[in-house]
Write a protein that binds this ligand. Structure first.
Ligand code: G3I
Length: 384
């Protein structure tokens, strides 16, 4: 299954009339048009090519030429930043709503669904000919208190109903924009006391280990054409954690597929920490086995963390890019990597800034929205 190449649009001229017509299409669309109005030139035409950066093709265009797709996670409030919105439209052809589709953001109470953040991202995606990928239908984090309480007391049948109803409603509501989902996120924990390595989560406690299969079946039954992904982190690590995780993830995926559970892809989150060794042959063997199961491998949340390294800035930057080059080589060793998304596009809004507001070098664009070392490394080592 080749990755869905995103529809590529060359920089386009939008007349003032069309730009203003954007307001008439309702606030959501205007919210999309607004950030771009800053590009109205003297003749009143919105010419994206007038912006210096637009003269250089972005990663989206370079990737599309090879039938690949590049994207990034984004949060709806970040679209208030016109420079960032422009850069996102230039560089990415697919977006992952970073938080807007998680249970806590989407469903503050059992009866209330708040799609506002998602809809703003969807409107922007429409305006910029981008796709969206869904994240995440089932995760042990970012769950509202009412869900945790409900699952603590629910009988298995009730818990199953909560799970299936949510997945059905959300996948059907978003299917015009989202054809690929992280159905289950981070279900394996090498530190778990369980022999199957499953993470002790609210879903496992409520439903047992069948919650994973239930989630994938519910998504498939709700919207049959969806591409359904199991997503996890640390699979690239060359330490005991990585070894144990790869073994447990492979065993889980093998069991699910043997039972006829519709899992189509494995998402490698790829939150790289350069102080950790990469898994080398063990990692490439793992990827080969996952592909042998018929799974499509994609990178879903790439970023690079190395601020804690000792040494000068240039030395650390060089070391980090060498590390990223090695990672890209491992992931592409036996097959092309069709889909690569970073977790954020610019250091300006990286989640890693929550830990260290001076953190840098994590993403393709720096905090000034200039192309950074990661942008060049992706262009050189992922794109030909
Ligand atoms: O929206 C609320 C806001 O109303 C409230 O005032 C504020 C303070 O409590 O919190 C806001 O929610 C925060 C949310 O991000 C939106 O900004 C949550 O506290 C915060 O925990 C949440 O962090 C996100 C985290 O996942 C947990 O959901 C990060 O932005 C996001 O980058 C991170 O992403 C995860 C992936 O989903 C899965 N893979 C790992 C990755 C990094 O941890």
């Amino acid at each position: 299954m080749s990755p869905p190449a995103c529809r590529l649009t060359a920089p386009k001229k939008i007349s003032r009339r069309d730009a203003l017509r954007g307001f008439a299409r309702g606030f959501a669309q205007a919210a999309t048009t607004l950030p771009l109005l800053g590009l109205l030139n003297a003749c009143g035409e919105l010419s994206l090519s007038h912006d210096r950066a637009f003269r250089q093709p972005g990663l989206r265009e370079k990737a599309a030429r090879e039938g690949k797709r590049f994207g990034a996670a984004a949060q709806s409030w970040q679209l208030d930043d016109p420079g960032f919105a422009r850069a996102l439209a230039r560089e990415a052809c697919v977006m992952t709503p970073e938080n807007e589709l998680k249970w806590d953001a989407l469903r503050p109470s059992p009866e209330t669904f708040d799609y506002g953040g998602y809809e703003r991202l969807a409107a922007f995606a429409d305006a910029q000919d981008m796709a969206l990928r869904g994240h995440a239908l089932v995760w042990h984090e970012s769950n509202p208190a009412w869900l945790e309480d409900a699952l603590k007391s629910a009988r298995r049948a009730e818990a199953e109903k909560i799970l299936r109803e949510h997945i059905t409603r959300v996948t059907r509501k978003t299917q015009t924009h989202i054809q690929e989902w992280d159905v289950v996120n981070e279900a394996i924990d090498p530190r778990s006391s369980r022999k199957d390595g499953l993470r002790e989560t609210l879903w496992l406690r409520a439903l047992g280990n069948t919650y994973i299969a239930s989630a994938f079946h519910a998504a498939r039954e709700a919207v049959p054409g969806l591409k359904l992904v199991y997503n996890d982190y640390g699979l690239e690590r060359g330490d005991g954690y990585g070894e144990a995780k790869r073994k447990a993830v492979l065993r889980l995926l093998d069991r699910l597929l043997a039972q006829g559970v519709p899992v189509h892809g494995l998402g490698l989150q790829s939150h790289l920490r350069v102080d950790r060794p990469l898994g080398g042959i063990a990692f490439t063997d793992f990827l080969r086995q996952a592909r042998c199961l018929g799974l499509e491998i994609s990178v879903t949340e790439l970023d690079l963390r190395y601020g804690h390294l000792s040494g000068g800035a240039e030395e650390k930057d060089a070391f980090a890019q060498d590390y990223l080059r090695e990672y890209l080589e491992l992931v592409q060793q036996d097959a092309p990597l069709g889909s690569l998304l970073t977790w954020g596009l610019s250091d300006r809004y990286s989640w890693l800034r929550q830990e260290d507001d001076a953190a840098r070098g994590m993403l393709p664009l720096d905090a000034s929205l200039e192309r950074a070392a990661m942008w060049e490394t992706l262009r050189e080592r992922w794109l030909s």
